[in-house]
Design a protein around this ligand. Structure first.
Ligand code: ATP
Ligand code: MG
Length: 321
């Protein structure tokens, strides 16, 4: 018997990365390739995998095309993530990466994903209306596929908060714009700086401007706004505190998913009732730790604790004065 999940992550638009190693490949020729690897992903899938690594019981839902569901099912089995994905006709979007170690470059070919039918959308909404028993945190993650209205997250935030759940949101573009301009904001939102600028429709050039923008979201109902800024670190703002957390220097394997790890860290901190200082350390350690690995994997607890101790946390108000 598995433990009931405490967290449900939602990935409406999961992706399957197919990475082919082809040193010296030539366009328009027949080429030999050395190896290929498939990685199931998408932001909520990653957040679920990372929370499971940390030891949190987690379920994942979203829309999964039946034609290439197997790598996702394997990942969920390996990580112990409870699979609540709605199966739909078709295939999850595939991102083909051709890695040429000889030239030192990568070529990306991104295939379109599913177009979501009204029926599939209704099935996903039904899943969110009745999450598995025990779930009190819902993380809405990533882009929306064609067929899902851009107000989807905004509407789910209001509904889920109305049910008394804690809602985290990590998305971009129009979906983030709609959610940040809605009447009910998620308790936790983690845009990166570029996503926040795009959603607000203005550039945030100083730390004071970023802080003011975050505080505005807090005034409008968010409880924790985290604006991540790549290797510089992240600004974390609540109604009472504002901190800037700088990551330690690490040996980077891939920065893909650094933000997903930050979301997982913030959710685990919420579940443990950590204060903002400790949450900033935990979340930054998750990010810095995950980028030392390929794929959505956390280092062991001891390594994360060591990273957390090396995070530099300072008052954001001090920074902006
Ligand atoms: N090169 C790096 N070295 C150390 N830490 C990093 C580095 N890049 C990112 N981080 C950590 O990861 C956090 C999140 O990174 P970032 O702002 O790039 O997220 P993101 O753009 O949402 O990423 P994604 O959506 O691709 O997962 C940063 O706040 C920082 O703590
Ligand atoms: Mg991100």
């Amino acid at each position: 018997m598995s433990v009931p999940p405490r967290v449900l992550t939602v990935t409406p638009n999961p992706a399957l990365d197919l990475t082919v190693q082809a040193g010296g490949w030539q366009r328009g020729e027949v080429n030999a390739a050395q190896a290929a690897q498939q990685d199931a992903g998408g932001k909520g899938v990653n957040v679920a995998a990372l929370l499971a690594d940390w030891g949190v019981s987690v379920a994942a839902t979203g829309l999964l095309g039946r034609d290439n569901a197997a790598p996702f099912e394997t990942l969920f089995r390996e990580k112990g993530v409870i699979d609540e994905f709605v199966r739909v006709p078709g295939a999850a979007r595939v991102g083909l990466k051709i890695v040429d170690r000889t030239r030192g470059d990568t070529t990306d070919l991104n295939l379109p994903g599913l177009t979501v039918s009204a029926r599939a959308l209704a099935d996903l909404q039904a899943t969110l209306r009745a999450p598995p028993p025990g779930v009190n945190v819902v993380a809405l993650c990533g882009s929306l596929p064609p067929g899902v209205p851009t107000t989807f997250y905004a509407e789910e935030v209001a509904r889920l908060r109305g049910q008394g759940r804690f809602v985290a949101l990590d998305t971009s573009g129009q979906a983030l714009h709609a959610a940040l301009h809605a009447a009910v904001l998620p308790q936790l939102v983690k845009p990166n700086i570029h996503e926040l600028e795009a959603a607000l429709g203005r550039s945030l050039t100083t730390e004071a401007e970023v802080l003011a923008a975050a505080r505005d979201l807090i005034r409008r109902g968010a409880e924790l706004v985290t604006v991540s800024q790549g290797e510089r670190g992240a600004l974390l703002v609540t109604a009472h505190e504002a901190l800037f957390a700088r990551p330690p220097r690490v040996t980077v394997q891939s920065t893909v998913g650094a933000g997903d790890a930050m979301v997982a860290g913030l959710i685990s901190a919420h579940l443990d009732g950590l204060g903002l200082q400790s949450a900033a350390r935990r979340a930054t350690a998750f990010s810095a730790g995950s980028i030392t690995r390929l794929g959505a994997h956390l280092p062991p607890h001891a390594e994360l604790d060591a990273l957390a101790a090396q995070v530099q946390v300072e008052s954001a108000d001090a920074l902006t004065h």
